[in-house]
Design a protein around this ligand. Structure first.
Ligand code: ZN
Length: 339
């Protein structure tokens, strides 16, 4: 397979006119050449933090506090999840997965509620999807065992020492929310030596220092934090200290579109468009132990091909800024994902 256009090549996303050569689902070459194509060829996005289960509750709970919305066990989201029957839940997640793929996402990291059953439900929703998933179970060691790891709610909610050890022993990923509502759960989360933290809105100087010392990766979800009213994560301070990736968080609060998350982040913070695109691709992949997120030989061919001559993008001067700050799902010509 050959994909032609302006290719955002390598870790710098250097725009080069030419073609990406794909064999058996792998990029084998990126060739500079004069081509007759207006396409912009970008690595498919990696959504580093989702809760797809709440696809059943889109735009529910206006005006509720974060705790009333999502705190286990009786936050609105958890009540709605308990009440939903399994078929409804699986169908709603499948619709979100389909939308994620259409909007250019090639892989995602899911914090899945509902224990072992919850992990099985998303496996059912994923059947037939080409998206690469990293599903982190919750609640029990068994949920971790049937999943790709464990996604902890937050260090103040329970004692996670035993499941942390079991996850390490299994050689799987352990991620944990920290610093979303306040700073009280950040040190206990760091003490667990997780593979990554999520949110860190309330990171203080000491926490930033610990993050820098341990090079602890952080997934930020700026739109989610705005919707729940907890504040803005210190994206610039975090980015200067460690690997930072973007996630769209709860589907019931925000659409799982990386275009929207990138635009928002790019316009709210000082990071360059290149840095924001890195946060939306290779950084999330690296945190999740995936190989994708860059266009270079040897990488899996996960690509989003945009129509650079759409009414929205026509005449654009800087293709990286176009992808990060302007593009939307309607500009996607196709998404290439190895099945
Ligand atoms: Zn979350």
């Amino acid at each position: 397979m050959i994909v032609e256009g302006t290719v955002l090549r390598g870790r710098e996303f250097e725009p080069v006119e030419g073609r990406v050569v794909v064999e058996d689902g792998e990029i084998t070459a990126v060739e500079e050449a004069s081509v007759d194509s207006d396409a912009i060829v970008c690595p498919a996005f990696v959504n580093a933090h989702t809760h797809l289960g709440d696809s059943i509750a889109k735009e529910a709970g206006e005006g509720l506090s974060l705790e009333a919305l999502v705190a286990p066990p009786d936050g609105l989201k958890h009540r709605l999840l308990r009440e939903a029957d399994r078929d409804e839940l699986v169908a709603a997640m499948a619709r979100s997965l389909s939308y994620m793929e259409q909007s250019g996402t090639g892989a995602f990291v899911e914090f899945r509620e509902g224990g072992v059953e919850g992990v099985h439900a998303i496996s059912a929703a994923l059947s037939g999807a080409d998206l690469e998933s990293v599903v982190l179970g919750r609640g029990t060691v068994e949920a971790m065992e049937v999943a790709d790891g464990f996604g902890a709610s937050g260090a103040n909610d329970a004692e996670f020492g035993a499941v942390r050890r079991a996850t390490r022993q299994a050689g799987k990923l352990f991620g944990i929310h920290a610093g979303e509502v306040d700073s009280s759960d950040i040190n206990p989360a760091l003490d667990l030596d997780p593979d990554f933290l999520v949110h860190m809105v309330h990171a203080e100087a000491l926490h930033l220092e610990r993050v820098a010392d341990s090079r602890m990766p952080v997934v930020v979800c700026p739109r989610s934090n705005l919707v729940t009213g907890v504040g803005r994560p210190p994206v610039d301070a975090l980015y200067e200290r460690t690997t930072v990736a973007l996630g769209t968080d709860n589907v019931f609060l925000n659409s799982p579109s990386m275009f929207r998350e990138m635009e928002f982040t790019s316009k709210l913070y000082d990071r360059s468009a290149t840095e924001v695109l890195r946060m939306a691709t290779v950084n999330g992949a690296e945190i999740a132990g995936l190989d994708c997120g860059l266009i270079e030989p040897g990488r899996p061919a996960k690509l989003v091909v945009l129509d650079g001559d759409s009414d929205n993008l026509s005449g654009v001067h800087d293709p990286v800024r176009a992808v990060v700050r302007r593009a939307e799902t309607a500009d996607v010509e196709r998404v290439v994902l190895p099945g």
